[in-house]
Design a binder for this molecule. Structure first.
Ligand code: BGC
Length: 444
């Protein structure tokens, strides 16, 4: 059904799986600091050891091989490369990713490398983190070093994972590191991250014209809870906040006017001191779409966005997120129509469920259903002419689910935290393997 050269893979991120948080010269990241602070992570855990992937990466690549995927998305830990964020390079950190990439290629697996999946070096945070334009400069240095080091072997590069989370979840809502709660700060962070993205893409082009580069956004269809004009207004502003705040700068070099004017009213001549967001609109080769759920909103006069989220009656994952497979189709079709043509990768899709290990088995049939329906809806988008080039399931294995610690399981492989982090294939891993092997279809 899917095109012959389609990339099928799984995704992970450095802080969520690597562990070895202070080994071989690695510096502290904002997530090390955040997780170590009491009360930030729901189950009181940290990523100090995580899945111990740093030491077990060969074993984990063997799992990829066992699944039969032809691609793997991972991220690089910036403080492993630059313990202070800039300046001196930690050779052992570079060696790790060098060996990881070589092993992937040896096994015939194509890497998609994400430069930034949230683990900012803590020394940069002491100077304001992403609110400081020096961080943009440091990011460029870090990105250039990796382009030079791995550009001969890695073809697909993503600058940032989910700028919405980097800015709003971490700096407005304070749920992620560095745990700041201030909208204006979040807007400044979003701006600098977008600028860093544009500049990194430009630098990448001059360094490696044959490689491909893009950015990964978490996108949600935003639906009004009724047909009333006020609810529709609410959905438009929410969509600007969730999606267009990043899509429009990346593809058009401007912020969505509807929301920009709201922020301007709040903060005066918003963004006047910033570098123009036009910089973010550097031509990219692909957009990575992370899709998990949709949002339903209704009018709320008290909120800045004049909207509030409505919890509709629906089946939900263990994260409490509505299971809404047609949303992936809606998003892919919309991006292609409004911002395309552009190659798209589903860089993350998956679900947490309450997996239980019983007699050595994990019978996660809900996850199989979830994936099946999302694969189908992706296929429907392709049928409509949307150039979707690959799909990465989140995640290879259970891991550190940020503020939820290890209490949420997203993996195709179960990680037994009570038994030496043993990886055990869930039923969904077996199903995915059979699907990739053409032994079963999506209709079964
Ligand atoms: C992130 C992942 C995370 C997943 C599930 C995405 O927002 O990129 O790191 O584990 O969603 O919450």
């Amino acid at each position: 059904m899917f095109p012959g050269d389609f990339l099928w893979g799984v995704a992970t991120a450095s802080y969520q799986i690597e562990g070895a948080y202070n080994e071989d010269g690695k510096g502290e990241s904002i997530w090390d600091r955040f997780a170590h602070a009491p009360g930030k992570i729901k189950d009181g855990t940290t990523g100090d050891v995580a899945c111990d992937h740093y030491h077990r990466y060969r074993e984990d690549i063997a799992l990829l091989k066992e699944l039969g995927v032809n691609a793997y998305r991972f991220s690089v830990s910036w403080p492993r490369i630059f313990p202070c964020g800039k300046g001196e390079v930690n050779q052992k950190g570079l060696d790790f990713y060098d060996a990881l990439v070589d092993e992937l290629l040896k096994q015939g697996i194509k890497p998609l490398l994400t430069l930034y999946h949230w683990d900012l070096p803590q020394p940069l945070q002491f100077h304001g983190g992403w609110t400081n334009t020096d961080t943009v400069q440091a990011f460029l240095e870090y990105a250039m070093l990796l382009f030079k080091k791995l550009g001969d072997r890695v073809e697909l590069w993503a600058t940032f994972n989910e700028p919405w989370c980097i800015s709003f979840l971490a700096h407005e809502l304070g749920e992620h590191a560095p745990g700041i709660k201030d909208l204006r700060t979040a807007l400044q962070v979003a701006h600098n991250v977008l600028v860093a993205h544009g500049k990194a893409v430009k630098a990448f082009r001059s360094e490696n014209p044959s490689g491909k580069t893009g950015i990964v956004l978490n996108l949600y269809p935003v639906h009004p809870s009724s047909e009333s004009e006020q609810d529709k207004e609410a959905a438009i502003l929410s969509d600007c906040y969730r999606n267009r705040w990043f899509l429009d700068p990346v593809f058009k070099g401007e912020y969505p006017q509807e929301l920009l004017s709201v922020y301007q009213k709040l903060y005066g001549d918003f963004a006047k001191d910033y570098e123009s967001i036009q910089v973010a609109c550097e031509k990219i080769d692909f957009l990575g779409v992370n899709y998990y759920s949709r949002e339903v909103v209704s009018h709320d006069p008290k909120s800045i966005l004049k909207s509030k989220t409505v919890k509709v009656e629906a089946k939900r994952t263990d994260m409490g997120w509505e299971i809404y497979p047609q949303g992936i189709q809606e998003i892919l079709v919309r991006i292609n129509r409004e911002y395309g043509p552009i190659d798209l990768y589903v860089t993350e899709n998956g679900a947490a469920f309450k997996d239980e290990l019983k007699d050595g088995e994990i019978r996660d049939y809900e996850r199989i259903d979830f994936l099946k329906e999302h694969f189908k809806n992706t296929y429907y988008a392709i049928q409509q002419g949307v150039p979707v080039k690959g799909y990465f399931v989140w995640s290879l294995m259970d891991n550190f689910e940020w503020a939820h610690g290890y209490s949420k399981r997203f993996g195709l492989f179960y990680v037994d935290y009570n038994d030496n982090l043993k990886r055990i294939p869930k039923e969904s891993a077996r199903w995915f393997k059979k699907f990739l092997n053409n032994e079963i279809s999506l209709e079964e």
